[in-house]
Structure formats: structure tokens, C-alpha cells
Design a protein around this ligand. Structure first.
Ligand code: NIG
Ligand code: FE
Length: 419
């Protein structure tokens, strides 16, 4: 057995004896221990406490001791919504948007997701893997320890499977916790624009059976939006996925409110993501289901709203209604070309008025639950992975989202080892 003791931690953040999804006002409580230690055994949290207890709790000091030198130690970020497998960046569209063309117009003329699909079709599996691997290294150095990755830039049987195989290879090679989501229903390929049922048939009858057989995905996702997939189409696709054990995690209410939330709740989605456009009624139904003990999580993506110059999701109203909020990066080439969860945290506080405690909970424990990893990640809890962020010297925890432009991460640890 290999053991490591971390001593002299100025503040050990998000320490929980047992971890549950946090809803509504519970999101504001972030339990911390000042002047703390953590004992790691075989990459797992074995014990923790205040420094004065260390001799009692770890009587046989391990050989390997790390002096945290007054760092704050947090659970690594749990980024529950990304699209990091893509073939090329899209800064030309970024310029078009600066000139006043909207995201919807760019999509309508074959840019956007279709542009990415074209490029992905022309890129080999190895090249896609190498690019995605670099992005994974980048985000892990920025503190991400668990991540969900979607397909959705393939849009043909062959290319969707290619993307999912890349994600499978990332899972095998990386020591990060990775979940895979099938998003064949990201947009309609041009040839199916007028013939939706044929593309849905291909998803249901050609893609899903192979995905299930080769165990290529954990979840199913649909982009439910005006001009993309209707709630009824989303229902048909999700039900087909659910027959193979894929639970829904869905893109809803990014640009418009067309019934995606109601349908997502009926489908018992693990999470409903985006939510930039919300009616009061939708906020109430999201809150009521959490109050009834159901666990559909509202995953908010502030850097996507920022990049598309949209109104930010109403996090305060959602929490007031009793919802569980997770924060994620949406890292993708079209609407959020950044996987920096530190920036996500800052934007959630600055633009969405989440308290630092709420935002940290949303980016750790609730993010873990949005990937069904609540028993392995997202808090400092005995038995969970030793996936930690060590900060540079900071005066308080609130300094993290406050000093939004500084890199305040000193080191990142995954399974008890520095990355
Ligand atoms: O989550 N909204 C749909 N999908 C992505 C953007 C896709 C793209 O523009 O490439 C998102 O924002
Ligand atoms: Fe997305």
C-alpha cells in the first residue's frame, strides 16, 4: 500500500462525511477545516482532520509527507458538460459574430455544428485523439479531475462511432474520471433537413445498437431547440437510448423555451443543461421536482452565455425554487472555446450572482452528481478519489472567483499523484 500525508493545509475545502446532492439553500454551505491534514492511501482519501489531531488519526506517519505550505486544498473540478473531441477551432465564425451575425444565422447557413462535422469527417481517429488528449491535459492542469465528453460533431454512423471510440480511448489512457455521452442528435445533417424521421431512424437503428454493444456511451443527449430537435423528437430518441440503459443528459432552453424542460423532467433526465431562456413556470417545475426527491440537476454554462453575448441563466431564481445547480464549461469550438473551470466559477459569481460557496459546490459535488460520480469525486470524503487542487497563497476562498484573471492553481493531484 502506498500512503501520503498532506500537512499544513491552510483550509481544506468541501469536507463532507457523507455526500448528497445539494439543492436550493443547502448550496450555500461549504464545510471547511482550517489548518488541516489529509491522509491518502492508494490514491483514495483515507482520513483527514485538523493538524492537532494528526498524531491521533495517523499514528504511523507514512514515509511520504507533503507540506502544503498554507495552500488551500479543494476537490478537483467536476466538469459535467463538454465537447472536447473536435477537429478544428472556429475563430472565423467568432469574427462573423463580432460583425453582428447571430449564432442561429451562422448555423442556418451551414456553419456552426455542421462546419465542425465537416472537419471532423475529414480527420482521422488518431488525429482526433491527439487533439482531445492535449485539451484533456490542459484542463487537468487547470484543476479538472472529472469530465463528461460528448459526441455530436460526427452526424453520420461512421463519424459518431469514431468520436465515441476516441472518448473510450481517452477513458482508457487518462487517470481522470471520464463519462461519455452520445449526442448524435446535435443537429440535422443537410440531407435530412426536410426528412427528420430518416435521421432519427439512423440514430435509433444504426448508431444506438453498435454504441450499446461496444459500450461506447454512458448517456444520451439531444439538442432540443427551435430549428434543431423538438421535444417530441427528443422523447423518441431518448426512449430508444434508455432501452439500452443510456440515461438522458440534455441541451434545453439555450435559445428558446419550446417544452424541452417539461419533456426532460418526464424523461427523468440526469441533468438539463444550458437554461439561458427560462419561464417562471419552468423554474417552478424544476424546483418542485427536486423538492419531491427527484434528482434532475440544472447544469449552467456561464462561459457559453458569455461567449454568445446572451443573458446569463437565472441561478438565483433556480436556487430560490429549490433546484440543484451544477456548473460546467461546455468546452467546444462554437460557443465556449475554453475548458477553464476557474473562469466558469468567476463568471457564475460575477454575472450570475452565485456566492463563492454556492459556485464551488456547483463545480465540485453537484458536478460529480451530474455525472453519477457522487460516490467517487466532488468532495473531501473518506473513500473518494484523492483528486485535489492546491492553490497558490490566497487571502481567502472568495479570492478565487474574485481575482478572475489570475492563475491561482499551484498544483493539481489526481489519484494522490501530481499531474
Ligand atoms: O452546448 N448548443 C449546442 N451545442 C453546443 C455548441 C455547439 C457548437 O456551436 O459547436 C453548446 O453550446
Ligand atoms: Fe453543449
Amino acid at each position: 500500500m502506498s500512503a501520503t500525508l498532506i500537512t499544513n493545509i491552510q483550509q481544506l475545502v468541501n469536507v463532507r462525511e457523507q455526500s448528497d446532492l445539494l439543492c436550493g439553500s443547502n448550496m450555500a454551505t461549504l464545510p471547511c477545516i482550517e489548518n488541516a491534514f489529509v491522509l491518502i492511501e492508494d490514491g483514495i482519501v483515507a482520513d483527514y482532520g485538523a493538524m492537532y489531531e494528526v498524531e491521533l488519526k495517523a499514528p504511523h506517519l507514512p514515509k511520504h509527507i507533503i507540506d502544503a505550505q498554507d495552500s488551500f486544498v479543494l476537490p478537483a473540478w467536476c466538469d459535467s458538460h463538454t465537447h472536447i473531441v473536435f477537429a478544428a477551432s472556429r475563430e472565423n465564425e467568432f469574427i462573423d459574430k463580432i460583425k453582428g451575425i447571430s449564432y442561429a444565422e451562422i448555423a442556418a447557413r451551414g456553419g456552426g455544428i455542421l462546419n465542425s462535422a465537416q472537419k471532423l469527417n475529414d480527420t482521422t481517429e488518431d488525429e482526433l485523439f491527439n487533439q482531445a488528449w492535449k485539451r484533456l491535459q490542459e484542463v487537468s492542469q487547470l484543476g479538472t479531475g472529472a469530465i463528461e465528453i460528448k459526441s455530436g460533431y460526427g452526424l453520420t454512423v461512421e463519424s459518431e462511432l469514431k468520436m465515441l471510440r476516441v472518448i473510450k480511448r481517452l477513458k482508457e489512457k487518462s487517470n481522470l474520471l471520464i463519462k461519455s455521452t452520445f449526442l448524435g442528435a446535435h443537429t440535422y445533417p443537410i440531407q435530412f433537413k426536410e426528412n427528420h424521421s430518416e435521421y432519427i431512424d439512423s440514430i435509433v437503428n444504426e448508431m444506438l445498437p453498435v454504441i450499446a454493444q461496444d459500450k461506447l456511451a454512458d448517456y444520451i443527449d439531444v439538442f432540443c431547440e427551435t430549428g434543431f430537435f423538438s421535444p417530441e423528437e427528443m422523447e423518441a430518441i431518448c426512449k430508444a437510448g434508455m432501452r439500452y440503459g443510456l440515461k438522458p443528459k440534455l441541451h434545453v432552453n439555450q435559445l428558446s423555451s419550446i417544452g424541452g424542460i417539461e419533456m426532460g423532467l418526464q424523461l427523468n433526465a440526469i441533468s438539463l443543461d444550458h437554461l439561458e431562456t427560462l419561464t417562471g413556470e419552468e423554474i417552478n417545475s424544476l424546483g418542485n421536482q427536486n423538492k419531491q426527491g427527484k434528482q434532475t440537476i440544472c447544469t449552467l454554462l456561464p462561459t457559453a452565455a458569455f461567449f454568445l453575448r446572451m443573458g446569463f441563466p437565472n441561478a438565483r431564481a433556480l436556487m430560490h425554487a429549490g433546484c440543484a445547480i451544477a456548473l460546467a464549461s461546455d468546452f467546444n469550438p462554437g460557443s465556449s472555446p475554453s475548458g477553464n473551470m476557474n473562469l466558469v466559477l468567476a463568471m457564475a459569481c460575477i454575472q450570475m450572482k452565485m456566492l463563492p460557496e454556492e459556485a464551488i459546490n456547483a463545480a465540485t459535488i453537484n458536478g460529480a452528481f451530474a455525472m453519477e460520480l457522487g460516490n467517487q469525486a466532488g468532495s473531501i470524503t473518506i473513500g473518494k478519489k484523492a483528486n485535489f487542487i492546491f492553490t497558490k497563497p490566497i487571502p481567502s476562498l472568495a479570492y478565487l472567483p474574485y481575482a478572475f484573471g489570475s492563475n491561482l492553481i499551484d498544483k493539481v493531484m489526481i489519484n494522490g499523484e501530481y499531474v
